[in-house]
Design a protein around this ligand. Structure first.
Ligand code: TYM
Length: 326
């Protein structure tokens, strides 16, 4: 069995980009692998969070994990800050990474807006992510395309440590989906769909009511030629909608193009609304069942205990290799 690790930040409800780009794979992977899924609260405080809201978001994401089909009997689900080894290993890895490589991370550049002084945590964010992955000896890391660079860095750090100190870490591989690997904003198909974009209509959250989904899709940015054709350069808006349609319905893009040939955008968008609403309704029902149940916290506690056992073992190995401790 291979070990799988992935994480999601508790910064607002998940949107369909997170779901189609990463989380849906989490569910498939748990059938034949040993999966560890984390709610990365330490990553989320690299930008300012309201503590009361953050606590709620952690439980929201945990409930969504369960609602999309992650089964805590098969997979470990836990909150990052409840396992101290994440921060501990991150420090060791920071001593084996370079300001040059961290400065090149596009997410850091975007989030710091190239300002001269940015929070150190934001700068070291990818190193903490490497620690998450390496701590669990993960072979596979299912993520959206936007995390590619971070996975590369994780591999570089793992190889560097292995070369310097002897075999310490498994060198992990990213797993990216082709379709749906990058879902773009509905109001601006040149930027990725994001939890933090100010315009609510730019995304569809997994918990959105049908009316909100309808509004966001019907108003989504397309173009004026009325042709339903996949062409990310000339027709990024329509291509993004085709991608969403295909990912939720399982139909190949070419079949969808044929189905709507000569029909304009209205009918296509209307059907897309129905497909998205029908796909999200069962997730929303399961979410409501678990969100306020005591069972949720019990499951997370069990997850912490299981994750902690694996993490401690890795830290013992790391400390031995580095000559740390007594
Ligand atoms: P986060 O919380 O931003 O996103 C969670 C997952 O969703 C994917 N994703 C997308 N996929 C397609 N289209 C989009 N518009 C889109 N937006 C987000 C992300 O690629 C991600 O897989 N750094 C990570 C969290 C993390 C992590 C880790 C992941 C921390 N430690 C260790 C894997 C392994 C992040 O910010 O995800």
């Amino acid at each position: 069995m291979k070990r799988v690790f992935s994480g999601v930040q508790p910064t607002g409800n998940l949107h369909i980009g997170n779901y189609l780009g990463a989380l849906r794979q989490f569910v498939d992977l748990q059938e034949e692998n040993h999966c560890v899924y984390c709610i990365v609260d330490l990553h989320s405080i690299t930008v300012e969070q309201d503590p009361v809201v953050l606590k709620e978001h952690i439980l929201d994401i945990a409930s969504l994990y369960m609602a999309i089909g992650i089964d805590p009997k098969k997979s470990i689900v836990f909150v990052q800050s409840t396992v101290p080894a994440h921060a501990e290993l991150a420090w060791v890895l920071m001593c084996n990474s370079y300001t040059g490589e961290l400065s090149r991370m596009t997410q850091f550049k975007q989030k710091s807006r190239d300002s001269e002084s940015a929070p150190t945590g934001l700068f070291c964010y990818p190193v903490l992510m490497a620690a998450d992955i390496l701590l669990y000896d993960a072979d596979i890391v299912p993520v959206g395309n936007d995390q590619k660079q971070h996975i590369e860095l994780t591999r570089d750090i793992a190889l560097r440590v292995n070369n310097k100190y002897g075999e310490t870490f498994i060198v992990p591989e990213g797993r990216f989906l082709r379709e749906g690997a990058r879902i773009m904003a509905l109001d601006d198909p040149m930027s990725k769909m994001s939890k933090s974009a100010p315009n609510e209509a730019s995304r569809i959250s997994l918990l959105d009511a049908p009316a909100k989904i309808k509004k966001a899709i019907m108003r989504s940015t397309t173009d004026s030629d009325g042709e339903i054709r996949f062409d990310t350069k000339e027709k990024p808006g329509v291509s993004n909608l085709l991608n969403i349609y295909s990912s939720f319905s399982g139909k190949p893009v070419s079949d969808i193009e044929k189905q709507y040939a000569g029909q304009g955008y209205g009918a296509f968008k209307k059907d897309l609304v129905e497909i998205v609403v029908d796909s999200l309704t069962p997730i929303q029902e399961r979410y409501r069942e678990i969100r306020h149940a005591q069972e949720l916290k019990d499951l997370l506690q069990e997850g912490t205990e299981k994750a902690d056992v694996i993490a401690r073992k890795t830290m013992t190995r790391v400390k031995e290799r580095f000559g740390l401790g007594i």
